[in-house]
Design a protein around this ligand. Structure first.
Ligand code: OAD
Length: 258
């Protein structure tokens, strides 16, 4: 599965790196993934806690789920995998983009700046009824009164606020997709590396980014504890835990990267 150039491509003039991360990258910080054994989806039904219909049926259950995850994410720390990506971004500047499916904010806490949170954030809340701008919110709504939207109340409505998470059946933010697309197009024809780390490749459209990157000439690398559903789409599979595998991958080029 070896490719010509591989990560050495990053040494070349104008090289670009697009990284996609998933829950596995935060596993060694102490956050549970979704589909591993003991993953979140073993204990919770996706349709109950991660769909608009589930929220309509039982908003208290949904808020309890995300409030617990908010509380957990606040108590853990970024790990060396997060930090390696922040370090590589410092070298590449705007030739780097990080697309994360994670909603835990750990990449930003590790120092990453060019981050696109395609599945939203645990630490933002929005309205379930109006187009109120999502706002920062670290509160936990574990029991009792659920938060309501002031904006709707002013107009005589009573919509509930909800986590700013992209649930199943919902569209990704088109601005995010456009930004990713624009980055890939700028990378086409240049030395271009795409890395996916800590993701099972089970959820689209994230799982399809490797195809788009490949079609634009990227060298593609998967860093994962176990094979993913789309492993065959990658030129190279580095099997390992991201907290050690990501720093190792980049340290190979440490002396040459700009
Ligand atoms: P998954 O739980 O589906 O996959 C996590 C992957 O990380 C698995 O393939 C593991 O083998 C791997 N893994 C576990 N520990 C690891 C480690 N220390 N280092 C490297 N890899 C490790 O999580 P995602 O792919 O992120 O969506 O799931 C995608 C989306 O599905 C999530 O964003 C979430 C979920 O439903 C929403 O909630 C909208």
């Amino acid at each position: 599965m070896e490719i010509a150039g591989g990560i050495d491509l990053l040494r070349e003039e104008g090289a670009r790196l697009l990284v996609l991360t998933g829950a596995g990258v935060s596993a060694e910080s102490g956050l549970r993934t979704f589909r591993d054994s003991n993953g979140l989806w073993e204990e919770h039904r996706v349709e109950d806690v991660a769909s608009p219909e589930g929220f309509d049926r039982d908003p208290q259950l949904v808020w309890r789920f995300y409030s617990m995850r908010r509380n957990q994410a606040k108590t853990v720390e970024p790990n060396p995998g997060h930090r390696a990506l922040a370090e590589v971004e410092k070298r590449l500047g705007d030739r780097f983009m990080l697309v994360t499916q994670n909603v835990d904010g750990l990449h930003q806490r590790a120092g990453s700046e060019r981050v696109i949170e395609i599945h939203g954030s645990l630490f933002r809340t929005k309205c379930s009824g109006c187009d109120l701008e999502p706002f920062d919110d670290h509160a936990a709504y574990l029991e009792g009164t659920l938060p309501t939207c002031d904006n709707c109340e002013k107009r005589g409505g009573n919509s509930l606020l909800r986590p700013d998470i992209v649930w199943f059946g919902e569209m990704l933010d088109p601005a995010h997709l456009q930004a990713i697309d624009a980055f890939m197009r700028r990378a086409a024809g240049k030395p271009f590396v795409f890395i996916a780390a800590g993701t099972s490749g089970a959820v689209w459209p994230a799982a399809g980014l490797v195809n788009q990157a490949r079609s634009l000439g990227a060298s593609t690398i998967l860093v994962n504890a176990e094979p993913a559903e789309n492993t065959a789409r990658f030129h190279r599979f580095v099997q390992g835990k991201s907290a050690s595998a990501l720093p190792a991958l980049f340290d190979l080029n440490a002396s040459n990267n700009r």
